[in-house]
Ligand binder design. Structure first.
Ligand code: GLP
Length: 241
């Protein structure tokens, strides 16, 4: 794991936008897996701006979602599908055949996960994965204690995630389960960038960087990946030793 520090969230976001852009320029058929949430939003806006300004061809790239709230319909602006459609797929004019999302309403969510694993295999794996970090150290919805052996799977969300997750919804929402890429999908991704910004992420970033590697704080597991990066702004890095 390489730690990269940025003065501001804006600088961090620009760096992430550039990483995505450069990856697609180097390999136009790249498979990019994206997190949702407050952290990467600005990076995706900057990515869309750069693509338009520099006329970059992103039409051959494939985009994959990192996770989804089980049971939340796609019409709900709090769903990961809605977020990625609004902030990435529509601005970049990505074809439906190049978008791979979890169906939160699937009758058989486990089959949905197996289908995602098959899709990733047929695309040749994930080239670049952008992830955030939950207040409990989760990555995607890999909550504390989740086995490292998992591929995409359904998981019971812990209480912190259920309550923090309310911020994405305009009305109180029952968030009992999530669908997520598992640690094996993350370990197999060629490059993984974890983003963290703001004072509220300072305690969990200290744990992610300094605690012994274990699934008690899932983000520590990323330190085992051969090409992983923690992109952190000054506030989120403020408690690092
Ligand atoms: C959410 C998502 C993660 C996200 C994280 C941080 O629950 N499952 O994929 O990265 O929590 O979200 P935020 O960027 O809003 O702090």
């Amino acid at each position: 794991m390489t730690l990269r520090l940025f003065e501001t969230h804006e600088a961090l976001s620009l760096a992430v936008a550039n990483e995505i852009l450069q990856r697609i320029q180097r390999k136009p058929t790249s498979v990019i897996c994206l997190a949702t949430g407050d952290t990467p939003l600005r990076a995706y806006q900057l990515l869309a701006e750069q693509v338009a300004k520099n006329n970059v061809d992103v039409s051959q790239a494939h985009f994959v979602a990192l996770d989804e709230w089980a049971g939340v319909p796609p019409s709900n602006p709090g769903s990961c599908r809605h977020f990625l459609t609004q902030h990435v797929f529509t601005p970049l004019a990505i074809k439906a055949s190049h978008i791979h999302l979890f169906d939160a309403l699937a009758a058989d969510i486990r089959r949905e996960c197996a289908a995602m694993n098959d899709t990733l295999k047929s695309l040749g794996g994930i080239d670049l994965m952008i992830v955030g970090i939950g207040m409990n150290g989760h990555v995607g919805f890999n909550e504390p204690g989740v086995p490292e052996s998992n591929y995409a799977h359904v998981i019971d969300l812990d209480e912190i995630t259920q309550s923090v997750g309310q911020k994405y919804f305009s009305q109180p929402m029952k968030l009992s389960q999530g669908i997520t890429m598992g640690w094996q999908n993350i370990f197999e991704a060629r490059t993984v960038i974890l983003m963290a910004n703001g004072q509220k992420k300072a305690d969990i970033m200290k744990r992610a960087v300094e605690e012994p590697i274990s699934n008690a704080c899932p983000a520590t597991l990323l330190r085992k990946h051969a090409d992983s990066y923690f992109f952190v702004d000054a506030l989120a890095a403020s408690k690092l030793a």
